[in-house]
Write a protein that binds this ligand. Structure first.
Ligand code: GSH
Length: 237
């Protein structure tokens, strides 16, 4: 059986990594049998998760490539109905969401002092023994440096969240009153947008970004729609 290597479920979310959640959302939507294996980036050939090892032994380590690999095996591709223009729009939305919201979610947990105060104790529980004593601080130091290069700093939450708030507005306008981002039917781009939005809206701690996303009724309904369609059988452990 195909094995999906990813983080464990966390904070009532199927995955704390939006990229892992995107891959799993896709596999579940396509009803592809897989076994989820708890892993971390150090175990991945690309040093990033998720990665899969298919039942015929092929290793794929990128969420989009995982989707492409399995889409090529389907009788009808999810995006077969899209025009080249729609495919180009989907590409741009996905890249913007994955780049911007990845750092927003990272800031929410590791940068925002309010977020770090609730993330640290739960993070330590997942890091056994001595690792839990120093690893979170080492990772945080590295991430704070990367966030600071993007103008995100713990002592300035307003500036740090500004790009995220703007992107949430854009996504809400783009979705408008449609059920999915490219009209009435779900497409591969929704696997990504859903996973990133759910990591903001469905996590249990309030922050500026979550409050803003929750104020967009269409984005909240979109997440609920996909949750009902794809994740309704899933129970948080
Ligand atoms: N392009 C990759 C990105 C995956 C990614 O950034 N994964 C994060 C976890 S959310 C990771 O492994 N980070 C560790 C690192 O970059 O060192 C994909 O789509 O799968």
């Amino acid at each position: 059986m195909t094995k999906l290597y990813q983080f464990r479920p966390f904070w009532g979310l199927p995955n704390a990594s939006p990229f892992c959640m995107k891959a799993e959302t896709y596999l579940r939507y396509r009803k592809i049998s897989f076994e989820a294996v708890a892993s971390n980036p150090r175990q991945s050939p690309s040093k990033q998760i998720p990665f899969v090892i298919t039942d015929d032994g092929v290793t794929i380590s990128d969420s989009e490539q995982i989707i492409s690999h399995f889409e090529a095996l389907q009788t009808e591709a999810m995006d077969a109905d899209l025009s080249n223009e729609q495919k180009a729009i989907a590409y741009l939305i996905r890249h913007k969401v994955e780049e911007e919201l990845y750092w927003q979610i990272t800031y929410m947990r590791w940068g925002d002092p309010q977020g770090w105060a609730v993330f640290l104790p739960d993070l330590k529980q997942h890091m056994a023994g001595i690792k839990g004593k120093f690893l979170p601080w080492l990772i945080r130091r590295m991430l704070l440096k990367q966030m600071s290069q993007r103008g995100m700093k713990p002592d300035n939450t307003a500036t740090s969240y500004a790009a995220g708030l703007e992107l949430i507005n854009v996504l809400s306008h783009l979705l408008d009153d449609k059920p999915y981002f490219l009209d009435h039917k779900i497409h591969t781009v929704d696997m990504s947008i859903y996973a990133f939005l759910a990591n903001i809206i469905d996590q249990p701690h309030t922050n500026t970004l979550q409050n803003h996303a929750k104020s967009k009724a269409n984005l909240v309904a979109y997440c609920q729609r996909i949750k009902t369609l794809i994740w309704k059988d899933w129970q948080a452990p």
